[in-house]
Design a protein around this ligand. Structure first.
Ligand code: PXP
Length: 257
């Protein structure tokens, strides 16, 4: 049971395999294969696979998306920028979920959440055909009530809260910043849920930072990539994922005990 007496919700793990493709692309060949990583993730207990097809194709390629769609049994969460090219690719493949993320060519990773409030009209038109095609549309945003309200107004079914700043604060030992960021994520997860939005979270999560996010009762999915692929170097991908799942479940069980 949750603290409010409602049944505890299941927490899913989406494994982001982008950085398997990063390592492959460092040599330009065919290995390591992201599809093989996706299969291993499934065996290790992942509930979904996440892949970001960036405009510059720096990691995941168009062929990777085709192979994942053809060979995966797990649902694919397709991360993409709100561009006509990406919309056409998503409409061709109709993945289970589409997560709209901001993208700047010069950034190393997705640095902030999407500015939904400023682009409401364009984004409402952009996501409508994706919803009609049967994709669950998620918007990657900061823990900001303006953005959450805007995501709700444009018709998104899901928001993914950006946990990057919180995770950086944990990693750098900035306890006050971590507490402040966690407070905002806690409040905004509850706010989004009260609007009827499904709440996901992700970016930068590690074994040290995952617990408090997994414990948020409204969060039903975490998307985790870079840390897991790095940890796989030391303990193997399957065991790295199994340990993440164990920590997620322990935090969830502690929060609802
Ligand atoms: N969720 C979203 C929307 C992302 O853009 C990313 C990074 O691609 C992730 C989750 C996973 O972040 P990380 O690789 O830092 O775990």
């Amino acid at each position: 049971m949750s603290p409010d007496g409602s049944p505890a919700r299941v927490l899913r793990l989406g494994v982001n395999i982008d950085h398997v493709a990063t390592v492959r692309n460092a040599r330009g060949g065919a290995v390591p294969d992201p599809v093989r990583a996706a299969r291993l993730a499934e065996e290790a207990g992942a509930d979904g696979i996440t892949a970001h097809l960036r405009e510059d194709r720096r990691h995941i390629s168009d062929a990777d998306i085709e192979h994942l769609m053809a060979e995966l049994t797990l649902p694919l969460n397709f991360e993409m920028a709100a561009t006509p090219e990406m919309q056409a690719i998503a409409l061709r493949h109709r993945p289970h979920a589409v997560c709209i993320v901001p993208e700047r060519r010069e950034e190393r990773t997705t640095e902030g959440g999407l500015e939904v409030a400023r682009e409401e009209n364009r984004l409402a038109h952009f996501i409508a055909p994706l919803r009609e095609a049967g994709c669950r549309v998620s918007i990657f945003i900061a823990a900001d009530p303006r953005q959450i309200e805007a995501a709700h107004r444009i018709g998104a079914q899901v928001i993914e809260l950006h946990t990057g700043a919180y995770c950086d604060a944990v990693a750098e030992g900035r306890a006050e910043d971590a507490a402040r960021d966690l407070g905002a994520l806690t409040e905004m997860a509850a706010f989004a849920d009260s609007l009827g939005l499904e709440v996901h979270a992700g970016h930068g999560l590690t074994y040290d930072s995952v617990g408090p996010i997994a414990a948020l009762p409204q969060v039903v999915e975490l998307n985790i990539g870079h840390f897991l692929i790095g940890e796989a170097i030391f303990r193997g991908l399957g065991p790295a994922i199994t340990e993440m799942r164990r920590l997620m479940e322990a935090a969830r069980a502690g929060a609802v005990a």
